[in-house]
Ligand binder design. Sequence first.
Ligand code: C2E
Ligand code: MG
Ligand code: MG
Length: 401
Amino acid sequence: MTFIDLDRFKAVNDGLGHDIGDLLLQEVAHRIQERLRSMDTVARMGGDEFVVLMEDFDTAGDCASLADTLIREIAQPMALRGHTVEVGASMGIAFFPEDGSEALELMKRADMAMYAAKAAGRNTYRFFQKEMLERVNRHLSLEMELRRAVARQEFELHYQPRVDLANGRALSVEALLRWRHPERGLLLPGEFIALAEESGLIVDIGAWVLDEACRQVSDWLARGTTLRVAVNVSARQMGDGDVVERISALTARHAISPALLEIELTESAVMADPETVAVVFSRLRKMGITIAVDDFGTGYSSLAYLRRLPIDVLKIDRSFVMNVDREEEDAQIVKTILALGQSLKLSVVAEGIETRPQAELLRSVGCNIVQGYHFSRPLPPAQLEEWLRGHTVGDLGLAQG
Ligand code: C2E
Ligand code: MG
Ligand code: MG
């Protein structure tokens, strides 16, 4: 059984209209039928999905070469009412009875293999493999655990200081999410944020993060420490119509000034929907919240947008900082971002500083606000407080001058 899903069909359907989309599906069906034997079955499962059922196939190799042929055929340009249209196809193949003994089971596995083909870059095919099932199951159980984690309050925030090299002081910190998993220990965002985004759980988790960050700011205030906290938000949260009201309600509830809150959104999330983001940013900024563009330099910013966006801070991505003291090109990029920041009147922060030479180079080119393991790893609140007490000018691992 072969599961076929077209690549880029939605773009054609949305761009050229449903009439052309229908013609395209007919043409694809025709091309598939042309290559099958009369005993084979092809069905459209809905949308842009087709299933081919073939009995009496000699070898997996035959199956693979048929898939190759179908992919090539489908990829040929089509002339549809004066438009030349091209789509691709991703295919997943599953065998009876090895991969499944019932139609539905077989179809699910062919579908799973199709997703693997899509993940492998589209316009290709994959055979179903047991490991795919394991991966999907792992994914599902992680998602269930993640769902529970919100309710069971297994999350915590660690804080990484942002240091001003001019005076060695830390005036703000970045809140970074950690998951205290009951069996697997402390998990970093890299292990669960993507899944949280995919499943929509990020909305609840993000709400918890904002609440906890505000609570922490207010707790520090009560104990005489004024620190601004930068919170990472995801694109999904920005798209949630109430985000501004929620944040405003939180700062009110915890009785903190919005000036003590900073919102970080990655450059790629900003550029994915600059209109919506601009509206939300300007409302947040009117409240007095600082706005930062994270991972800057990786997201293909349009300078036209950047100029008009209500933002305060650019955070230079770690990938440019990593070799800044060794690669002239990276140093040039950092200088360019600094110049850009200066002309747009934004402050520039470099993240991911791990060594003294990196810090020294950054300071020499005028990038004074830095963050990285060289100064401190992200720390639980109590340890951060200790760090803040112990660090003043001169002991940040930098020569003074
Ligand atoms: P980010 O916002 O760019 O955060 C910086 C990441 O770099 C953090 O990883 C931090 O621990 C790490 N880092 C800091 N200094 C250094 C250094 O000197 N060397 C190296 N190698 N790494 C350094 P972390 O905590 O694993 O977070 C990864 C990403 O997950 C963050 O990147 C952010 O995009 C996302 N994230 C973290 N917390 C949240 C959250 O509460 N909500 C959302 N939506 N995303 C979050
Ligand atoms: Mg960040
Ligand atoms: Mg970053």
